[in-house]
Design a protein around this ligand. Structure first.
Ligand SMILES: Nc1ncnc2c1ncn2[C@@H]1O[C@H](COP(=O)(O)OP(=O)(O)O)[C@@H](O)[C@H]1O
Ligand SMILES: [Mg+2]
Length: 252
């Protein structure tokens, strides 16, 4: 029996046949607006609710904005931060600004992967993190794609080595079919791809589990929704994207 971490996202653990195997480093890839950040927040929040401490590494947004974004779904993490079971690593501000001075975990130079690793390790140890999210890893190597694999391998050693089950958010462009580049895709233990497709003048959300070490999983493309309470995945429905778009009920 593999030990698993439940995402707690309605429908998601069903298509993962129980959850993400412990210590896996999962690439969560998708274009802009596909729900990567919301998925990540929900994963961490559900962990906190069931006693799993967590760390969120903010590379794309100000930590203050991350707290606001989460609170919009009813996920107010401030109490957990005070209790010392949740931490946001500020790899966004570089320590610049009044609000940044109040952050506890600040990466002075987010370009410096060595520095980022040190602050990340410290935060994981302090809170005893079981779940970690890095949003996004793409930011770390946008300017130097040759470093992508090395960067992800380094993070993987830290995250898996410290016993966490983690999500690395990977940004791909709207039209790209891949998950963030060959180096990154092969290094990851799992790949979940979120999609947003325009069909007949309407945007349709779907996701697919492309790879997940240590478990079997659904091989289908499932529809999902983003609501005021977060993401809901439909394991009993499948999306066919093609000339005609259809959501089919698998029945049960
Ligand atoms: N309360 C909400 N109800 C429904 N959809 C929402 C809500 N809040 C945000 N969204 C949708 O989520 C999208 C942003 O999701 P996000 O996780 O930030 O995307 P990504 O990180 O992949 O760029 C928005 O473009 C919007 O479509
Ligand atoms: Mg995002």
């Amino acid at each position: 029996m593999v030990e698993r971490v439940k995402t707690g996202i309605p429908g998601m653990d069903e298509i993962l046949n129980g959850g993400i195997p412990v210590r896996n480093v999962v690439l969560l890839s998708g274009g802009p607006g596909t729900g990567k950040s919301i998925f990540s927040y929900q994963y961490l929040w559900n962990g906190l609710k069931q006693g799993d401490p967590g760390v969120f590494v903010a590379l794309e947004e100000h930590p203050v904005q991350v707290r606001i974004n989460m609170a919009q779904f009813g996920w107010d993490v401030r109490q957990y931060e005070r209790e010392g079971v949740f931490a946001i690593v500020d790899a966004f501000t570089g320590g610049i600004g009044e609000a940044a001075k109040r952050e506890r975990y600040v990466v002075r130079d987010p370009e410096d992967i060595g520095l980022l690793s040190d602050v990340l390790r410290e935060a994981i140890r302090d809170v005893g993190a079981k779940r970690v999210v890095i949003d996004s890893v793409s930011t770390l190597y946008l300017a130097k794609p040759a470093l992508a694999r090395r960067t992800v391998m380094l993070l993987k050693r830290i995250l898996s080595g410290l016993g966490t089950t983690s999500i690395l958010v990977s940004q791909v462009s709207v039209t790209e079919r891949g998950f963030g580049g060959p180096g990154v895709e092969h290094a990851a233990d799992g790949i979940i791809r979120l999609d947003l497709d325009e069909v007949d003048g309407q945007l349709v959300r779907s996701l697919i589990v492309w790879k997940m070490r240590g478990t079997s999983h659904s091989m289908r493309r499932h529809p999902f929704e983003i609501t005021s309470k977060g993401i809901i995945v439909y394991p009993d429905k499948v999306v066919r994207l093609g000339r005609v778009y259809r959501v089919e009920d698998l029945g049960s």
